[in-house]
Design a protein around this ligand. Sequence first.
Ligand SMILES: Cc1ncc(COP(=O)(O)O)c(C=O)c1O
Length: 397
Amino acid sequence: MSWWQREDLRYLGGELTLAGESLAAVAEQSGTPTFVYSAGRVLDKLAGLQAALDARALPCQVFYALKANRHPELLAALRNSGRCGIDVCSPRELLLALEAGFAEAEITYTGTAISAADWEVICRHPGSYLNCDSLSGIRQLGERSPGREIGLRINPQLTASHLEKISYAGEKASKFGIYPDRFAEALALAAHYDMPVTTLHFHSGSGYLDGELEDFGEILARLSGFIDQAGSIRHIDIGGGLGVPLREGEAPLNLERWATMLAGFLLPRGLTLQLEPGDYLVKDAGLLLLEVCAVEEKGGTEFVFVNGGFNLSNLYAYYGYPTVVAPLAEPGEEMPRRVSVAGNINEGIDLLAEDILLPPLAEGDVLAFLNVGGYSASSSSDHCMRGEYREVVIPSA
Ligand SMILES: Cc1ncc(COP(=O)(O)O)c(C=O)c1O
């Protein structure tokens, strides 16, 4: 059995199913490209997170990071669960969260490069949490809304991510967060505008799994100095970054270990937890159905061409993670072929996987590309005017 199969994503009677639905039937009805999401999977992941934190009596607020996937039905399912708020990073995301029925007090805003027009929208919603990511941000807000309670996003100069391109703290200077050497200045600026600093925020990278928990613990340890220096912190916002296994052999995040670390740090200090998971909730709840347009050998490589590209699924082109490709019919005894999967965009980087094993394929076959529930539809582009796709949400049972 392939490593990625699980109770709600597996071959049943020879057909690939998600949340009990035949994906061949979805492809038949909706055509391709089509993203398919399981709302049940998203809610189960949220419930699992919450249970691990509740078991340690850790007061916490979960804010789903809207940037990962903003499908209205998923937002509605999350809101109706009553278990989470929303994390946003732009004015339009803020307005979408409000439209989806989240109250200001259920929204946290952590953005970068905030323009005057952005501030105008943000300041119209003073009830939401706001984390300032820079000294200029504190000043710009202070000039417009003195007295507003704020959080400060700091840069702990260490990442728990194992992926260079989604690491936002480390040796190389990053645009994110306030560095330790300017933290005192940031506090003084906040004080100048009478803005109490009650939250300390960090998001140092994405995709951390069990193997990165030690670094995560080290980041927590680094917070102590900031907390003491500020003297007014009530909440620690650990951002998002919780990952899901994307290739064989990757050990999933051990939520028990993770929650124990957090409780050990926060409870003795009387601090509450805020977190902003995106990918962790949605990535493995979604897949993309694409059709095989051609199979052809070029320069010694067998290419499988499909009717969607890196504009829809960027995991491999951007981050070097081979997308897991699953045929809709369970592979039988046929000898698998070693192939590369290429999209329909006129760019050399338009590959979805290289050098992977797939059963022999024919034009018209449909393939499922897994783990694209996050940062795929929501960050897709219309490159080559090929940005069209459908989305199907399988409701939770
Ligand atoms: C401030 C902040 N919070 C949360 C997230 C969500 O991260 P992830 O999807 O890795 O959980 C991001 C992602 O970039 C972020 O920048």
